[in-house]
Design a protein around this ligand. Structure first.
Ligand code: HEC
Ligand code: HEC
Length: 272
């Protein structure tokens, strides 16, 4: 008799311990179940995206010029696009609404796209079921972290711009040397990746050996400083023969301060 009571007590205690253990771990188990579910839903969304959306938005959601905007873009996830539409809900609701209902009329922000965003949800006469819409929403939302991480750097204060009449401060050739070779401080430019300083060595662009001398002879009424300034901020204004226009980045005017430009010119003027 006493043995049975003891065994019974032990069994009850053991059962309670198991129940307690399961209860304590339930939230963790549920959330791992949910994230596993989101993972599968993202996969299903990827397949749907490939078939239905990539043709306009690009295989990686990067957008296609004149066809459809980028979806893996920082301005979608940081809320600035939503604001321009006066949308006060979450990004996820906005994405869901855009996919489900489409954009039968061009929105002001995307007036330049001649093709309309189709309606996708069966609810509004489109081809996809509600669960498929949710898969696509999860798939697009899955770009959020990467898209925000690649937000463009803040605009350069005191950028030199593309106006050649902008007055430049006195240049520091030693700092210009560092900037030219992508070593900073305070600014790194990939000039030396395309331009060798050894005579006759062509990388992507022409060698800049002797550029201080040749720059003065490029354009009749341009002193060397002005030609170098123009070559960097408006590379296509004069294209060195045998090279193609558009190879040199066209954005240095927005990326360099006036001091950076002055220092790089001072450095190039030492290459006699
Ligand atoms: C025929 C080309 C086309 C196809 C196919 C297409 N889209 Fe679009 N999509 C557009 C255009 C154009 C816009 C911008 C519409 C506007 O607001 O003027 C857009 C907008 C969107 C937006 C809103 C973007 C924003 O920032 O406002 C989302 C989200 C979106 N599409 C997702 C999808 C998904 C998901 C699919 C596939 C099921 C898809 N699109 C298929 C053309 C397309
Ligand atoms: C992606 C490659 C690339 C990068 C990066 C690049 N350039 Fe160039 N650069 C070129 C090419 C190609 C040309 C020749 C075509 C032309 O004139 O636009 C050129 C031309 C020039 C010229 C004119 C040379 C001459 O003989 O008249 C100068 C000066 C120059 N680059 C300076 C720079 C400086 C300074 C930087 C960095 C701030 C830089 N480039 C970055 C590719 C590049």
């Amino acid at each position: 008799m006493t043995v049975r009571v003891v065994i019974g007590t032990i069994l009850i205690a053991a059962t309670m311990a198991i129940v307690a253990f399961v209860m304590v771990n339930e939230p963790a188990r549920m959330s791992s179940f949910e994230s596993g579910f989101t993972g599968r839903s993202v996969e299903a969304g990827a397949a749907l995206f490939d078939t239905n959306c990539a043709i306009c938005h690009g295989v990686a959601g990067q957008g296609i010029e004149n066809v459809a905007p980028a979806l893996n873009a920082a301005d979608l996830f940081d809320g600035s696009r939503l604001k321009s539409f006066g949308w006060s809900g979450t990004v996820k609701d906005y994405v869901r609404a855009a996919i489900a209902g489409g954009r039968p009329r061009a929105s002001a922000a995307f007036a330049g796209y001649p093709n309309r965003m189709p309606t996708w949800s069966q609810q509004y006469g489109g081809p996809l079921r509600p669960d498929q819409i949710e898969y696509l929403v999860d798939f697009v939302m899955n770009w959020q972290t990467a898209a925000l991480a690649q937000a463009p750097p803040p605009p350069v204060v005191d950028a030199v711009g593309t106006d050649l009449n902008t007055a430049l401060p006195a240049g520091d050739a030693a700092r210009g040397d560092l900037l030219f070779h992508g070593k900073g401080p305070g600014g790194q430019f990939p000039c030396s990746a395309c331009h060798s300083l050894q005579a006759g060595q062509t990388l992507v662009g022409p060698s800049l050996a002797g550029i201080a001398t040749s720059a003065a002879a490029r354009k009749p009424d341009y002193p060397a400083e002005k030609y170098l300034h123009e070559s960097v901020v408006l590379p296509n204004a004069y294209v060195v023969e045998t090279f193609n226009p558009g190879l040199m980045p066209q954005t240095f005017g927005a990326q360099m301060t006036r001091q950076d430009m002055a220092d790089i010119i001072a450095f190039l003027l030492t290459q006699k």
